[in-house]
Design a protein around this ligand. Structure first.
Ligand code: HEC
Length: 274
């Protein structure tokens, strides 16, 4: 009896703790999302076993981003190896400075003057997926729009007033904020109609739209490019992640087997007390 009551108070304590954590979580969510004017960040699901995606991401990164952003905690040889790119091919195509060796850190090509050029030095991006989140990066790189009042003629919905120019503009095309007529939603969740049965609309602004024919890539192709790039940044943030997650399943599997064996052993010992 005593045992039972202490068991249930233990349960209540755990439940209270879980409810507390839950409330804390929703409190943070109510504070205004991390993607600012963009609203909810777009969801990003990494796929670290997709080598082709990671290889494309690495190529895009080195061609378009590495000039400003170092990856100072990664080594060239490790990236080539993890992404299963033969070292000769990797060094021939992606490493432009021929004095670099596989064991060197990816310390970047940016000079100290960059603070004066941008007002803020482009940060190292090795760990960006860890502190900003992959959803944030995926949304940020697709949320640039034309804004003549800014230094580079662009602004960003996710990071308003960013000091980073839109380096992928030629690929994506000229994205602008447009207004659209959207149906007014009635209280019952359906579209509101006037007495003639026509849908009532109102103008809403702030939609992103690419001016047709201004970019090299289609919308889908550009989204894939940013997907691969973000996937690569998730890999760089924790190169061991895919292995860690695979081993995690083995551990869970091991515990299941072990629990079964231990409970059988327990039953066997228990026979002596009957
Ligand atoms: C011309 C230099 C330049 C290039 C090229 C460039 N960036 Fe940036 N980037 C910056 C600067 C400057 C900032 C800092 C912006 C700020 O804080 O206002 C920045 C910030 C960022 C951030 C936010 C980091 C943080 O901690 O807030 C991310 C993510 C990012 N860049 C990704 C990229 C990616 C991916 C590419 C390649 C497609 C790229 N950048 C290319 C200059 C550059």
């Amino acid at each position: 009896m005593i045992l039972q009551s202490s068991n249930s108070s233990y349960l209540i304590r755990i439940l209270t703790f879980l409810i507390f954590i839950f409330c804390l979580n929703s409190l943070y969510a109510a504070e205004g999302g991390p993607c600012k004017d963009y609203g909810e960040c777009d969801k990003f699901e990494y796929s670290l076993n997709d080598m082709e995606s990671l290889q494309r991401g690495a190529a895009t990164y080195i061609n378009y981003c590495y000039g400003c952003h170092s990856l100072q905690y990664s080594r060239w040889g490790r990236v080539a190896n993890d992404l299963q790119i033969p070292e000769e091919i990797f060094f021939e195509n992606l490493v432009f400075d021929k004095s670099i060796k596989p064991g060197d850190l990816m310390t970047g090509a940016m000079s100290e003057d960059s603070v004066n050029w941008f007002g803020v030095a482009p940060p190292d991006l090795t760990l960006v997926s860890r502190y900003k989140g992959d959803d944030w990066i995926y949304s940020y790189l697709r949320a640039y729009y034309e804004d003549a009042s800014k230094q580079y003629g662009v602004n960003n919905l996710v990071y308003p007033g960013t000091a980073m120019p839109n380096v992928l503009l030629s690929l994506q095309g000229n994205q602008r904020l447009v207004c659209k007529n959207i149906p007014v939603i009635a209280k019952n969740g359906g579209e509101k109609r006037d007495e003639f049965g026509n849908t009532i609309t109102k103008e809403k602004c702030g939609f992103l739209e690419v001016e047709e024919g201004t970019g090299v890539l289609s919308k889908e192709e550009f989204d894939t490019l940013i997907y691969d790039l973000t996937n690569f940044l998730v890999y760089v943030g924790e190169p061991i992640k895919a292995t860690r997650e695979r081993i995690g399943w083995y551990v869970v599997f091991y515990f299941l087997i072990f629990t079964a064996l231990a409970s059988l052993l327990y039953r066997e010992y228990h026979k002596d007390y009957k």
